[in-house]
Design a protein around this ligand. Sequence first.
Ligand code: FRU
Length: 459
Amino acid sequence: MTVDKWILENQELVNPLYKPRQHFSAPIGWINDPNGFVYYKGEYHLFYQHHPYSAKWGPMHWGHAKSRDLLNWEHLPEALTPDMPYDEGGCFSGTALVEGDKLILMYTGVSEVNGKTRQIQCLATSTDGITFEKSSHNPVIDERQSKNTTDFRDPKLFKKNDKYYSLVASTDEGIGNVLLFESTDLENWKFTSVFLTAEAQQGKIWECPDLFELDGKEVLIVSPIAFTPDGHRYTNVNSSVYFVGHVDWEQGTFIAESYDEIDSGLDFYAPQTLEDAQGRRIMIAWEQMWGRNIPSDDLGHRWAGSMIIPRELRLVDGKLRQTVISEYQKSVKLVSSQQVDQDYRGQLESLTQVETKQPFSIELGGADDYLDFRYDGELLTVDRTHLKQVIEGEEASSDKRSRACSFADLTVKIYVDKACCEIIVNDEITFSTTFYLETETPEIRIKGNELKVEQYRSI
Ligand code: FRU
């Protein structure tokens, strides 16, 4: 039976209790990284690491969906399945490039050769945006071109000045790096340079590189494994980091001026961006984390993982600003707007916007089953310790994340969609965190100062 037929026949078995509606999730099964996020022929295409057959990671397929507004997605047939000797271990992450009427995917083929993992870079092309044909030249970039043969993945394919480039995540003796390759015809590739190497504390593999221009700078995004925590930063098993700087195209290197963690929450990884027809730089990411249990899997609901609601990115004074795409506002309607001194209590809605002076506390859920978010004037903290559904992992703590900042006035936007929550503070600091409430009619309880609260419900 083909995988698409299997999905059609089995998707009814999914229990939708915690499954988000506006956040992308698969029809059935496990998802991780977004892949090949691209604007093609007037539509947004999202591919993703998919294991349809269970709610656990397994041999990776590329699931596929498209959308006109980044919120309502039409599921399409699986774009890539692990059906060739060079990718039988999985079609790992990669990116897409639009060339004329063609949509070109570059992904990592994984296989086992003499008991050793082999990761190589492959191409697949489509002219209708639905069916993809793997190149007969695969693999187009193989491990002979890299020092490391087992961690060599997640190609970011792009074109600049009539040349094709690919940035590939790798590692050199336990230190993450990104390698640059170039080609004039997409089939023949040569190693150009080590684009950027981690400092010792910056992680051992830099997964899922992305590179783009934003507000006069160049931004390199990587998702490092084992970035050493620095105070409250980089405390998840895996972090997502952006470097701001510029590319020296003569040398093929990235000159970094600054870097920071992209999101401060518990569940955010492997972001990818696209540029659309309006010139917006839009980011999507996996709203989940490696190495922890996932309640929808524990409960046998047959799905696991979702994406964040896409965010538009800007760079202001070298810092990333993130706002949920403007399309979101058209998908909700205002249901309440109130000004109160200190206390607010209401039904939990899709979006709550709180204007307050510091300090404040916000609880989402029932009396003894809630997600807590607060600011004590120094630290913003998201806290899962009051939830009945426990999520645990290999980290010292998988229930609290904080971020130091100093704000007198705050605007806090809280997006809730079943198990997905994103909190954005002053359009500067974001917390993406999943939470699974047992409470059937959740509330929002706010304590703050000079509160103005607006609540929106999805239409
Ligand atoms: C990141 C990652 C990638 C890899 C993929 C496998 O989350 O580990 O490096 O290509 O997931 O599913």
